[in-house]
Design a binder for this molecule. Structure first.
Ligand SMILES: [Mg+2]
Length: 274
């Protein structure tokens, strides 16, 4: 008896197992930037204004300390920015031995604002960095703890507005960094996941750690180069000229400027960092 072996027909079709995808980091789409002392040299301008108004050049540390205490009240939702400005100046004048009534406090604050409006300056590395980020096709957002009126005027006066797709100001939103709601509101507004965004700012706690804890990439801009080690999950740069290289090395999926062929660098940066 012959037994012919018929070709076997599988009773069911089993899909081929898909090869596992290699892990890739999320593509970077959005860079958020703090404004004060990140893009604009606020400390120098405020130092000058205090010197002119009081005749003393040693009052910046006191002003900075009083500002931190009063901004904390704003961040906690206890007072608004208008109240904060008045109370801060009142407290500052009392600390240096000047007894002033409400009108005199208002007058000091008004004069200080006038001086500041004429002395804001960008840091020297800002425009090259912003132009690079735009050329890289990234969305840009300003994310700042300040009052809306003053911050929008600064941004406009210094020519920063055209760089930004979104401007988020604590005084307008009713929420402030490091609250993750501040960061997530920006991401949502621009259609990005937090993992697709990086925030850059000069305050280690408010900017960098706040951004990290909200799920964004975190870059601490340590312009004074104080030498403190960045905490886990936070990158540190001493100037914005270092930012393109950091973004390219940590977020390699950004691909602009375009590769122009073998033998040419994948990235070309105007300031020569890469
Ligand atoms: Mg700042």
């Amino acid at each position: 008896m012959d037994f012919a072996l018929a070709p076997r027909t599988p009773s069911r079709t089993v899909p081929a197992e898909a090869a596992p995808e290699p892990w890739a980091p999320p593509a970077l789409r959005l860079v958020c930037l703090d404004i004060d002392d990140t893009l604009i040299d606020c400390t120098a301008a405020i130092r000058r204004s205090l010197h002119i108004l009081t005749g003393r050049g040693d009052l910046w540390p006191l002003w900075d300390l009083i500002t931190e205490e009063h901004v904390a009240l704003v961040v906690a939702g206890e007072i608004d920015y208008t109240t904060m400005h008045q109370r801060r100046t009142d407290c500052f004048l009392a600390e240096i031995g000047i007894l002033a009534d409400d009108e005199q406090v208002s007058s000091f604050e008004r004069r200080r604002r006038e001086l500041l409006d004429h002395s804001w300056q960008l840091f020297g590395d800002v425009l090259d960095c912003l132009e690079w980020l735009r050329a890289a096709g990234l969305l840009l957002a300003a994310v700042t703890n300040a009052s809306g009126v003053h911050q929008r005027k600064k941004i406009a006066d210094l020519g920063l507005a055209p760089f930004f797709d979104h401007v988020a100001i604590a005084g307008e939103l009713g929420v402030a960094k490091p609250d993750p709601v501040m960061f997530h509101t920006v991401c949502l507004g621009l259609g990005c996941a937090p993992a697709q965004a990086v925030h850059v700012g000069d305050k280690l706690d408010t900017d960098a750690i706040g951004a990290r804890d909200a799920g964004l990439g975190a870059v601490w801009l340590d312009r004074d180069d104080i030498g403190e080690r960045a905490p886990e999950g936070v990158h540190r740069v001493a100037g914005l000229a270092e930012l393109p290289e950091l973004l390219v090395s940590e977020y390699a999926t950004i691909g602009v400027p375009a590769q122009r062929g073998s033998g040419t660098p994948a990235f070309t940066v105007r300031n020569g960092v890469l």
